[in-house]
Design a protein around this ligand. Structure first.
Ligand SMILES: Cc1cc2nc3c(=O)[nH]c(=O)nc-3n(C[C@H](O)[C@H](O)[C@H](O)COP(=O)(O)OP(=O)(O)OC[C@H]3O[C@@H](n4cnc5c(N)ncnc54)[C@H](O)[C@@H]3O)c2cc1C
Length: 429
């Protein structure tokens, strides 16, 4: 495979000279081999190295090349969607534990960034925006639940007439402000975590795509110019897994999401758009998510394409969505635009577990658009399981079955695209 660089984005353009790691060129041994250099792989490496394991991480392109280095940067509480649906499988205690872990996931990021001084433009404050009055009413229930879970951060309902305190936009029915969630520069975080993993003794390799896995009590993975033998393997490739492990790939639908970044806005205008510098996310099926960067650009993301085809001109496609929210940016230049793949599972719960026929092969994937926090939790749970520590969290996730999408590698997305069109057609009828 030819050497690949980070995808052209605001993030890649704002990190200066990206550090590099060598390609694997020999046969080596480790306790654990990890495939994938995004947040899932990097955090598993950190957690394992902290527990004294020898770790090798193989990234096919650049560290942070996948979704982790190009996402919306929104760090939002919670894992999964409607976790009450797992009541039959996990019981009330299990569901409660999932909710608690959804809060813990953000705290893992907070602690990692603070303790290790990772410079990633982390800012606190996030708003759920209601498109409809009944969504705003639903926020009151969310607020009560967060209180009952002992959430220690400020959560405030913002009625429509006070929305100007968080956003200069029309058309929303209200918001819920959460000061325990926030936003950050994801590629800086990924590279900071890679440096930390290395400091802790993990060996990182880039441009080292795994092409084959030989299973056994000591699993062997092969790249074009080397191999790693290890007692445990972690597969952390999410939407970019391709055909490497078809059983895992069949449970994840890669869906395209798109982001534009404006030119730097005058500080006064930036402050007017988002007076509290909060990240924002609305409630539409194909969410709009947006925030300011540390240098006052508006980063506006959205869409969810299951078809496998990206728009020809992402800037032209996303700009009208941005102007619908902020028509005052009609004369603002778009400096960057890019695409990335979200990994979506049928029930929207992250898939964390081990392969049934190869118990020394573990995985974490399918975070939907909500992986910045959940990947950090997954890293901790995977490391605890591999080290034989009884945390309980890994077992809970592993208990939940996940549907394999019909259609095989090439038909999965078109079939789902048809399903989504049908759903939309019905909801219009
Ligand atoms: C446009 C976009 C916006 C998003 N916005 C948000 C957001 O605002 N907030 C949020 O919480 N989540 C968001 N997400 C989701 C979030 O980014 C992901 O859930 C998370 O980054 C997944 O991390 P990961 O490490 O599992 O996968 P990735 O970061 O995708 O890493 C997987 C890595 O595996 C590597 N790989 C694949 N195959 C091989 C192989 N054979 N050998 C070696 N390496 C291989 C890939 O090169 C890749 O680098 C967004 C995603 C996208 C695409």
């Amino acid at each position: 495979m030819a050497a690949t660089e980070h995808t052209a984005s605001y993030y890649a353009a704002s990190i200066g000279q990206a550090p590099t790691w060598p390609a694997l060129s020999e046969d080596i041994q480790a306790d654990v081999c990890i495939i994938g250099g995004g947040f899932s792989g990097l955090n598993t490496a950190i957690e394992l190295a902290e527990r004294g394991m020898s770790v090798v991480l193989l990234e096919g392109r650049r560290i942070g090349w996948g979704a982790s280095g190009r996402n919306g940067g929104q760090l939002i509480r919670g894992v999964g969607h409607d976790v009450e649906q797992f009541h039959n499988i996990l019981g009330a205690e299990g569901v409660l534990a999932l909710k608690q872990m959804g809060l813990e996931a953000v705290e893992i990021v907070r602690e990692r960034v603070q303790r290790h001084g990772i410079d990633c433009d982390l800012a606190w404050g996030y708003c759920d925006l209601a498109n409809k009055p009944r969504e705003y009413e639903g926020f009151a229930t969310d607020q009560c639940e967060l209180r009952s879970l002992g959430y220690r951060h400020e959560v405030r309902l913002i009625p429509q007439q006070e929305l100007h305190t968080v956003i200069d936009a029309q058309g929303y029915a209200g918001a819920m402000l959460d000061m325990g969630s926030g936003h950050l520069h994801p590629l800086k975080l990924a590279l900071g975590e890679a440096a930390l993993a290395q400091q802790l003794g993990a060996r990182l390799f880039e441009q080292s795509a795994v092409v084959a896995i030989d299973h056994g009590p000591r699993v062997r993975v092969r790249t074009a110019h080397g191999s790693v033998q290890a007692s445990h393997l972690v597969i952390a490739c999410n939407a970019y897994l391709g055909g490497l492990e078809p059983r895992l790939a069949g449970k994840v639908l890669p869906a395209g999401s798109y982001i534009i970044a404006t030119e730097r806005l005058p500080a006064e205008l930036a402050h007017r758009l988002l007076p509290q510098n909060t990240a924002m996310c609305d409630q539409k099926l194909t969410v709009d998510y947006f925030r300011l960067s540390a240098d006052n650009r508006l980063l506006f993301g959205g869409a969810c394409h299951y078809s496998g085809r990206d728009p020809k001109d992402i800037a032209a496609y996303m700009r009208p969505k941005m102007l619908q929210v902020f028509p005052q940016l009609a004369n603002t230049r778009i400096d960057y635009h890019w695409a990335g793949m979200i990994g979506i599972g049928a029930n929207r719960l992250p898939q964390i577990g081990s392969l049934s026929d190869h118990p020394n092969v573990h995985y974490a994937q399918a975070y939907a658009g909500h992986g910045v926090n959940a990947t950090h939790l997954a890293g901790k749970l995977l490391a605890e399981a591999i080290c034989g520590l009884e945390g309980g969290g890994f077992e809970l996730f592993a208990k939940v079955p996940h549907m394999t999408f019909p259609g095989g590698r090439y038909l999965r997305s078109p079939l789902l695209a048809l399903g989504m069109l049908w759903h939309r057609f019905k909801s219009l009828g």
